[in-house]
Ligand binder design. Structure first.
Ligand code: ADP
Length: 256
């Protein structure tokens, strides 16, 4: 409906807890989808910890009004990636930390209805960790829109503590279709010898997906180059084609 009418797929990216790489996977999947010739939007509904502007190297950019609402921040001239985040709206990055639920809900509703995305192949929605008011507001606002799916990001060691299981339960209870589980930081590819070592453990995400009866979409290695690209706001997909991490990310992007 309205500004969402030109969007083909909406993907909510979820994780049981913070720090597992949810924003990283949202960012890299968007870049991998662009690499495959798709038009992608990213909506950052993590109001208290928006990291999307930084990961795309777009800090300090501003959102403008246009005749159909808010114009998102375009990453390039071709407008192949467009971004919307509270990080573009606030003067002080930490302002939203003290906002109460109703104010957060209102902003998320506005994000969903008022951003003029235009035609997109994918809208990737980066959410806060866990399950919160922001999730409920986003799901409520997007529910009328189909196809809506969720992608759950975990690390191998997070799997054992049940965070992911809670996240999958949340999806079931809210009627959100789970597109699959992505295991992040599974194995470390040593830049000196290219050998892959399992720092934590491996296969937990796959096992969990199997038990929960949802698809397993793949594992992304712990990669210092990926971390560096994100810190500098560079496009890893363009800079490291053919690396094991590139292969993992593009393979996941093909499945969604
Ligand atoms: P979340 O969104 O789940 O809180 P982030 O995406 O912000 O997590 O990631 C947390 C930190 O881990 C960031 O510094 C990020 O650069 C790093 N990171 C995430 N995934 C990887 C990876 N596969 N390899 C290396 N560093 C990673």
């Amino acid at each position: 409906p309205g500004n969402l009418a030109g969007i083909r797929h909406i993907i909510l990216v979820l994780s049981g807890k913070g720090g597992v790489g949810k924003s990283t996977i949202s960012t890299e999947l968007a870049l991998a989808l662009r690499h495959a010739g798709k038009k992608v939007g990213i909506l950052d509904v993590d109001l208290c910890g928006p990291s999307i502007p930084r990961m795309f190297g777009a800090q300090g950019r501003a959102v403008h009004q246009c005749d159909r609402g808010w114009a998102p921040v375009f990453l390039d001239r071709e407008q192949s990636i467009s971004l919307m985040s509270v990080g573009f709206l606030l003067e002080k990055p930490d302002e939203a930390v003290v906002w109460r639920g109703p104010k957060k809900n209102a902003l998320i509703k506005q994000f969903v209805s008022d951003v003029a995305w235009g035609e997109l192949d994918y809208l990737v929605v980066d959410t806060p960790p866990g399950t919160s008011d922001e999730h409920m507001a986003a799901i409520e606002a997007l529910r009328a829109y189909q196809p809506l799916g969720a992608l759950v990001v975990t690390t191998p060691q997070a799997v054992s503590v049940g965070d992911v299981r809670r996240e999958l339960t949340f999806c079931r209870k809210t009627g959100l279709r789970v597109m699959g589980v992505v295991e992040n930081m599974s194995g470390f590819t040593c830049p000196h010898c290219t050998e892959c070592t399992s720092v934590f453990s491996r296969g937990g995400g796959e096992e969990l997906a199997r038990l929960a009866g949802v698809p397993f979409l793949g594992s992304v290695p712990l990669d210092p180059e990926l971390m560096r690209s994100l810190e500098e706001g560079h496009d890893f997909i363009r800079e490291f084609p053919g690396s094991p991490t590139f292969t993992a990310l593009t393979s996941i992007a093909r499945k969604i």
